[in-house]
Design a protein around this ligand. Sequence first.
Ligand SMILES: *Cc1c(COP(=O)(O)O)cnc(C)c1O
Length: 402
Amino acid sequence: MTQDLTATFAATRALFDLPEGVIYLDGNSLGPLPRAAAERVSSAITDEWGHMLITGWNKAGWMDLPARVGDRIGRLIGAAPGTVVMGDTLSIKVYQALASALELNPGRRVILSDTGNFPSDLYMADGLCRTLGQGYQLRTVAPEEVEAAIGPDIAVLMVTEVDYRTGRKHDMAKLTAKAHAAGALTVWDLAHSAGALPVDLAGVDADFAVGCTYKYLNSGPGGPAFIYVAPRLADRVRPALSGWLGHEAPFAFDQDYRPGHGIERMRVGTPPILQLRALETALDIWDLVTMADVRARSIELCDAFIAAVEGACPTLTLASPRVAAERGSQVSFRHPEGYAIMQALIARGVIGDFRAPDILRFGFTPLYTTMEDVGGAAAVLSDIMANALWDRPDYKRRARVT
Ligand SMILES: *Cc1c(COP(=O)(O)O)cnc(C)c1O
């Protein structure tokens, strides 16, 4: 690793409030607290909500926040200003993008996705098909088979770029080009891409993209999602979730819905201002780095972890692609006792997570994860495996959130 990157990421790490004695490898699920967030949110509560009351919508710029923050996210995902807007949760944004994409391709009925996609995306697609009726259906194939399954009956290709379990990464440029050549539209889910690796939505000519901010982007639990619509489509799409804040003139209080200009029409209802303030402080940290540097460092961290764990723990099987270019910013291993092993790790201060049926998942987040963290986590894991420290009844009882 170059000295430059070491200094850059030492500076970003200092901007997070990480508990003493913890090695946090779960920022792919919930990013940690930026130090400035508490004060920023507290000031939004006291000075904005407390003192401005309802005038905050104008005076504190609350109403423009979803678009302004969207532009800052846009920088990280290759989206031009004015093409990304914040709001709702990712599941809602998946539904919204998919409904609009299907409506743009009225002659076709099939949504193509893969079996590695996050269940909520598949459930939302399934629910939308049920609502639409008329033969709409969701078709899922294995992740490796997506490319071959793009054919003349596909209306929309809806895939998550990086698989939440294995970290396997789709080739976004190639699949988008193939979908377009076949007359299909694309909805890309960037849940494990935004803040994890460089994304070039404009460059690959993606149609729709959605993602969340509480994972790699560190907005905090329940932080709002984002949606991108290609500028060539933004004034044509019809939002299925036609809420008042996506209306052309919300405060005209018209009886009829007229979609707002461009991406503004993808807004639904009242935005979560306190969460957006927290997200702004998180994005201040992102302003200090380039995604190319984050990616370079992420690969170093992931490669080092794979080498250390494979060297010391022969019963763990790598579930992620070995080739860095084919994975996101996480490393997963399989073991039949994965849940208990993860509980043993957490008890020793190494926090990753478990995904059924047998995946131990570790996220690598260069803004605050160091090479010492990698070595420390691998050493604890190797001790747990070598001495079967996971083999205790209390580590096998499943909690509600795994
Ligand atoms: C994390 C994640 C979600 C979660 O959706 P929410 O509505 O924010 O709870 C959805 N899809 C993917 C691909 C995810 O990784």
